[in-house]
Design a protein around this ligand. Sequence first.
Ligand code: ADE
Length: 456
Amino acid sequence: MVLVNNFGVNKNNNNKNNQSHEGMRLGKYELGRTLGEGNFGKVKFAKNIDSDQPFAIKIIDKNKIIDLNITNQIKREIAALKLLRHPNVVKLYEVLASKTKIYMVLEYVTGEELFDKIVSKGKLNEDKGRKLFQQLIDGVSYCHSKGVFHRDLKLENVLVDTKGNVEITDFGLSAMQQQFRADGLLHTTCGSPNYVAPEIIANRGYDGATSDVWSCGVILYVILTGYLPFDDRNLAVLYQKIFKGDVQIPKWLSAGAQNIIKRILDPNPETRITMAGIKEDPWFKQDYTPADPDDEEDDVYIDDDAFSIHELQHEEEHRSPGSPTQINAFQLIGMSSFLDLSGFFEQEHVSERKIRFTSNLSAKDLIERIEDTVTEMGFRVQKKNGKLKVIQENKVQKSLGCLSVIVEVFEISPSLFVVELRKSCGDASVYRQLCKKLLNDLSVPPRQALVSSEVN
Ligand code: ADE
């Protein structure tokens, strides 16, 4: 089995759309190489030009924060992140903003992603694996105690420094993990949902803490075995496996390790072990010294005002040093530029070609209702191999071509189905209209369905 990076990323920085920021000045920081790339933008190496101290700067494209509904949440999340101080959690020092971007100035971790470590060196023995897992649990449970949940824990978000200590990155900002876009659909921009808890797939409403526990279990499994507990090229089959908790736990693991994995990867969130339970587990407790958050020394300048965001006066593209003026987050977010969505619809994002949502309607009902809805909207439907092909010919101007969408329904469980819409060609706005209508009509409960748009 193979571990595949979940970023949908390009770490080599050779993407033709890549906008190089190398050498660029950002207030008191100079940007360097790309360290990683996630759902919402790149993470770049940066140096404070006064102190020479290294940082990692996460660059978020404001255009990707596109719905007014999440601005308050983002504000709160950034404020909460700034208050986190734990040796196993990457610190957020300050937040800068320009007209088009938000820059999160983070602690720089010298080391590697746990993902790369496992890929290059393979699984870890139980003693080494337990130490990393203990630190992971320490960091995650500390954040939970502060009311912050990760919601996207995966190997790529666990950094291991040169001393072998865990630093969790990308905490919070869950509003950006799951957001209503201007098209009205709830999107989760995850590359692969191998780490997602069953209750999230089932869309039953979920608790951030219990689903983070699940993801920690997936991470522990990979650390100790070198492969993912739930994996399949076919997303519907993968969802089914997660949903049923269909996991093979190798017999060559110690009884203690098998037991804790089983307790964590319990598909029922009600009976799943809690953070407190994990800390009481005999396998977990071996050689366990909990980290003391108060030990965390601050050897760099910390911006004490949780709500402050420094507005850069010069747009970064000018490459001129900007002396930041301090405004508060509420002012910044109130500024129209923060939510200027004009650019969003101008170009079609590759990631919008494929949309999925869940429904509790039966497969038969779904197919019938999809046919009715799209016919009502003036589309033609062809049925082939259990799939529906939805076609709209452009009668007015042949050169504009046509819209062609494949609709497929997958059964996850007898009461849960995933509808997948794949656009093979055609106009993005018509496609979005179609998706919006189907989601409104078919997702149960309405509009709360899980929709994932994938980077292909
Ligand atoms: N990659 C992503 N975040 C990072 C960080 N804070 N330090 C080093 N590398 C990173």
